[in-house]
Structure formats: C-alpha cells, structure tokens
Design a protein around this ligand. Structure first.
Ligand code: HEC
Ligand code: HEC
Length: 568
C-alpha cells in the first residue's frame, strides 16, 4: 500500500456522530440522547428527531433507493420478473443445481452446515468437529484460520452446454481439487444477507463489485477491469455483482464457461424454459401470474415461457435479438431490478422511528442507547442500513473514513482476517481494490448491515463467530488481532452484563423484518432444492405465516410509504 492513512476527516465525522455517539474512552456519563430514551414519550419524540438529524437513523422506508442510471430496461415489472426467474433458476449453475438463491435462501444468507468449512491458508480443517470436506460443522468460536463459508460446485473444466434442453448439467471434465477433492468447493467468505443490498455503494466484503457496471464483469472501469465494456451504468453495484458468480468456478460454473457468445451460459438459458424444474406459487408476488398451475415452470399465455420472450418484454426486441452476445448485461441488469425490490424496511426499529413508541421494549431502547453511546457501534453501523458503506453515507461524508481508509471499510481486528487482504488486496488486474490505498484498508472489510442479524448466524466474513454474544464479547475485548492498521474506533469497552444483554436484545429483536422470517412478499420465492440443505417449497406472497403488523400499516401516516413488495 502506497500511502499512510490520514485522519483529516475525523472532525467532520465527530460532528456527524454528535454528542450521543460518544467516543470510547470518554467517561462523561451517558450521552444526552440516550437518557431521553428512558423518559417520557415527549422525550421519545424528540429522540427520534435527534436520531434522524444527527445520527441519520431514519425509517428505511423513507430512504430513497439509489436508482441505476444509463440502463436499458423498457419495462421495469418485466425486468423484475426476469431477474427473479434468473435468481432462482437452478439451471444457471454448471451442475444444474446451484442457483444464485442456493447460497442466499436462508433469510438472504446461507445457513447450511454440511460441507461449508473452508480450511484457510494452512489447508487443515480444524474447527467444529470437521476434519475434511463433506462433513457437518457444529457452530463454534473459531480462532484459527478456518472460515465458515458457503458451498458451490465441485471442480470441473467446461467442455460444452448439453444440447438436450432437458439436461441442465453442463458437460465438464472433473478435476481433483487439492483441498476439496471431488467434493463441492467452499468459498472462503460467508454469504452476506442480501436484502437491502441496493443501498450499498459497492458490494462483496471488500467492495470488489463496482458501482459502475461495465456490462461484462464486477470490476467497473478501474485498473482491475481487463475485459473492456459493453455498457456504463451508474449506481449499479448489484448488476456488477450479479455478473460474478456465474463466471466463478467455485460458486456456479465449470471453469471456462463464459456468460456470452456461442456455447455459453447465454446459449444454455436461451434454450431452456425458465425454472423448468421448479414449481412457482400462483400467488408469487412477482411470478404468480405466469405460474404453471399443473407443474413446474412458467406459462406465457398458452405456451411455456422462454427467456428470449421475457428478455424482449423487459429490454425490447433489439436487445432480445442480440441476447446471446450481451447476456451478461441482461443478466446483471434484470437481477439488479429484482434485488432493488428486496428492502427489509419493516422492523420494530423502523416502526419505533415512525412513531410507534412501544415497537421497541424499554430493554431494547436501552440496548440502542448502548449501541449509539458506550458501545460506539453507531460510528460504523450508521444510518438506516446500520452501515457506513451506503451510497447516501458516501455522498454525505466523502470517500475517506475516520481512520483515512476507504469509506465503509474497516479493519476491526478479526484474527482469521489475516488470510484475506480484504479492501487492501488486489483485484483481477493485479491492481489495488482500495481507492485511497491507505494502510487502514489492509484486512478491512465492508461494514455489513445489522438488519435481520438474528436470522443470519454465523457472523463476520469469516463466519467464525457463532452467536451475537460472541460478537459483543469480541468488541468488548477490543478485537482479537492486534495490528497497527486496526481502526481507532475498535477499543476495549466497559459494558456491564445488563448493557450487553440489552445491546443483544436490540440487535436480535429490534432489527428483524418479519416478512423475511416468514418468506412473505417481496421475499416469497419459487421452489428450491438447496444443495446439501433443505427442500424449500414454492411460497406465495403470504409466505409461511402471518406477521403481526401486516395489516396495521394505515394506523399511522408515518408508516404508509413503505417500499413494499413488488407487484406486477
Ligand atoms: C456458492 C454460493 C453463492 C452463490 C451461488 C451466489 N452467491 Fe452471492 N454471495 C456469496 C458469497 C460467499 C458472497 C460474499 C463474497 C465476497 O465478498 O467475496 C456473496 C455476496 C453477494 C452479494 C453482496 C452482498 C453485500 O452486501 O456485499 C450479493 C448482492 C449477492 N451475493 C447476490 C448473488 C447473486 C445475484 C447471485 C447469482 C448471480 C449469487 N449471489 C450467487 C455466495 C454465493
Ligand atoms: C470501526 C467500525 C466498526 C465498529 C466501531 C463496530 N463495527 Fe460491527 N462491524 C464492522 C465491520 C467492518 C464488520 C465486518 C467485519 C468482517 O466481517 O470482517 C462488522 C460486523 C459486525 C457484526 C456481524 C455482521 C454479520 O453479518 O456477520 C455485528 C453483529 C456487529 N458488527 C455488531 C457491532 C456492534 C454491536 C458494535 C458495537 C459494540 C460494532 N459492531 C462496532 C465495523 C464496525
């Protein structure tokens, strides 16, 4: 890394953090905003104002979703349908089994335990009772270099797309992997919860997926783009991201399969009926009207749908005609359109901020007080997404964080981060991923959202922390891996056991969107047999059960502007 981080923007961010996000080490009593939490409802009202004005905690439903620019969609609803079909379709994987959704089907994340341990750099499986591939991991606090990652496909070299459209397994030559043999390989990072990802400026744990989508790969237009471009879209990290997994030999493909051109993913998908092996609920919030009532797949009028037809509706006839050559662009843009509808904005915390005082219990409010005060969590887990890695935070606070590293990324001193350079690493063109090239980007990772955190254990990009108790203990210790690039905001904390309990209660029970838990619209979905995981039946807009506050949206004007589920 070329330059040392500077701390010139500290003052700015202290002004942002305000008195209520007291810096660790200040011992001048509980911050004023926090005290207000415990008192009258009048104080609760002014607290909400204070949170909005100074800490940026607004209901997520009021937060403008960054809109992609310079795109090609002519019919947004049709693009959402196409994107949802692509995202859930197991045919996209070279094995005909791994869809995008496979690793993001448990509340937007991956909760599988069979064959999900990566042994780290030393190649030795040494955690959770696992000694090799294809074993079941039992959750445990990991301090060696093992990572609880996510399981993709086994190692194979691509030969061709199967000419028989009824077969979704590509023709490939198996290769024995030095670590995983012929078992499915495991990605050495956790799959993050993807709901609300639309708000992030960059995506992936080190922000590799660029806000500018070049139509071909994840890297945008920096020195790591070695493939050129067929588009230049803004606010499109989701589209950049989506072009990654189908071209990744650990996640979805046989090595060598391309997204575009002859004998590619494009060839495969254009020749196959969408979701031909998966049932779709007739009340699916997006695909319901196309659901085949008599079996798997989608019906368009009196015939089986085709991806070409769905592309034509979403992008027009010219792009549909050229779909084989620009498939990566169509794929990225439509998956992005779908993901833009997956906004987890109905949590107790959002209801609290919208004027429902009792949406948080007194204990949870005390926990939020610790979060913004003594715990010093809010400096990084800022704003409605509980992350400083959003488009809005970047626009408001600039490109550098308090340490002088890239905004939204921090080295928090995770022991097993040492095997992964994070933001300080190099990309596909051997160029730094970091924009600032600050030393503080070494082993720095993107601040994740804390929405739905109760549902997405284990924690951190390494999956090495099984419970929220373990995470809080980590912060109380001031991290595990002492190094000179660690953020100045990671310091030992002095929290009582009541304060820790309250903090955990706030995160676990204040930040969950029940629709995510109950798979209700927009989080409903087609059938999916998760590889080495559960068989998820198709669920429609009403999910697998009711949510308490589904019907009382109208009892308060403040609540009426949800982003809501997408409806076609
Ligand atoms: C084999 C499992 C697997 C598959 C398949 C997969 N993902 Fe992921 N996903 C991951 C992992 C692991 C990460 C984090 C990777 C990293 O940071 O390098 C991730 C990250 C993401 C993110 C970024 C979230 C954030 O906050 O940074 C999004 C969005 C996402 N995936 C969507 C998709 C889409 C869309 C597809 C299909 C095109 C897909 N995933 C396929 C495992 C998977
Ligand atoms: C210096 C910035 C910073 C501060 C301060 C901070 N965090 Fe984090 N937090 C992060 C980053 C960055 C990650 C992701 C680290 C990784 O996985 O490498 C993270 C991860 C987490 C996770 C795991 C999320 C997941 O999806 O795996 C939880 C939970 C969490 N933080 C809670 C807290 C709490 C509670 C506090 C206060 C006691 C706190 N954080 C303070 C930056 C910060």
């Amino acid at each position: 890394m070329a330059t040392t981080g500077n701390r010139s923007n500290i003052k700015l961010l202290l002004a942002f953090a305000g008195a209520s996000a007291a810096l660790v080490g200040c011992d001048n009593g509980p911050p004023p905003a926090a005290e207000a939490l415990q008192t009258s409802s009048l104080a609760a009202d002014s607290l909400r104002q204070d949170l909005a004005d100074r800490l940026g905690y607004r209901p997520l439903s009021r937060e403008p979703i960054p809109q992609p620019t310079n795109g090609h969609i002519v019919n947004q609803a049709a693009a959402v349908r196409l994107g949802k079909a692509f995202f859930w379709d197991v045919q996209a994987g070279s094995d005909g089994e791994v869809a995008c959704a496979t690793c993001h089907s448990s509340s937007g994340a991956d909760s599988r335990k069979f064959n999900t341990l990566h042994p780290g750099r030393d190649g030795i499986f040494a955690s959770g009772g696992v000694t090799g591939p294809n074993q079941t991991y039992s959750p445990v606090l990991i301090q060696n270099d093992d990572v609880v990652g996510t399981q993709g496909v086994s190692r194979r070299l691509f030969v061709s797309i199967n000419p028989d459209p009824a077969i979704a397994n590509d023709t490939c030559t198996p290769v024995v992997d030095p670590i995983f043999g012929t078992a499915r390989r495991v990605v050495s990072r956790q799959a993050p919860m993807i709901y609300g990802a639309a708000f992030f400026r960059t995506l992936f744990w080190a922000g590799e997926a660029n806000p500018r989508f070049n139509g071909l790969d994840i890297w945008g237009f920096g020195a790591n783009n070695t493939v050129g471009s067929i588009a230049d879209m803004g606010n499109s990290a989701l589209a950049s991201q989506a072009s990654g997994p189908p071209g990744n030999g650990t996640e979805m493909r046989c090595t060598g399969r391309l997204l575009n051109g002859p004998n590619s993913l494009a060839t495969k998908m254009l020749a196959r009926p969408p979701l031909q092996f998966q049932r779709v609920s007739r009340t699916d919030s997006v695909l319901g009207r196309l659901a085949n009532p008599n079996g798997p797949g989608l019906r368009c009028g009196t015939t089986t749908c085709s991806y070409r037809k769905m592309i034509e509706e979403a992008f027009g006839p010219d792009m549909a005609a050229d779909a084989e050559n620009i498939f990566s662009l169509i794929w990225g843009e439509s998956v992005q359109a779908y993901e833009l509808t997956l906004i987890p904005d109905r949590t107790p915390f959002d209801r609290f901020l919208s004027g429902h005082r009792r949406a948080l219990t007194p204990k949870q409010r005390a926990g939020f007080e610790v979060f913004t005060g003594k715990g010093n969590c809010a400096v990084c887990h800022a704003g409605p997404m509980f992350s400083d890695a959003t488009v809005a935070f970047y626009q408001e606070h600039g490109p550098l964080n308090r340490d002088g590293g890239d905004q939204g990324f921090h080295n928090i001193g995770l022991a097993n981060s040492r095997i992964d350079g994070g933001r300080g690493g190099l990309g596909a063109g051997n160029a730094p991923i970091s924009d600032s090239e600050s030393l503080f980007d070494d082993w720095a990772f993107k601040t994740p959202t804390l929405r739905n955190i109760k549902l997405t254990a284990p924690y951190f990009h390494t999956g090495s922390y099984p419970t929220l108790d373990d995470v809080v203990d980590f912060y109380v210790r001031g991290g595990d891996f002492a190094n000179s690039q660690i953020s100045a905001d990671i310091q030992p904390l002095d929290l009582t056991s009541e304060e820790k309990d309250a903090l955990i209660d706030f995160m676990a029970n204040g930040l969950t969107d029940c629709r995510v838990e109950k798979q209700r619209a927009p989080f409903d979905h087609p059938e999916l047999v998760v590889v080495n995981g559960p068989h998820l039946p198709a669920v429609g807009r009403n999910g697998i059960g009711p949510c308490q506050h589904d019907d009382d949206d109208d009892d308060d004007d403040d609540d009426s502007d949800h982003h809501g589920g997408h409806d076609d």
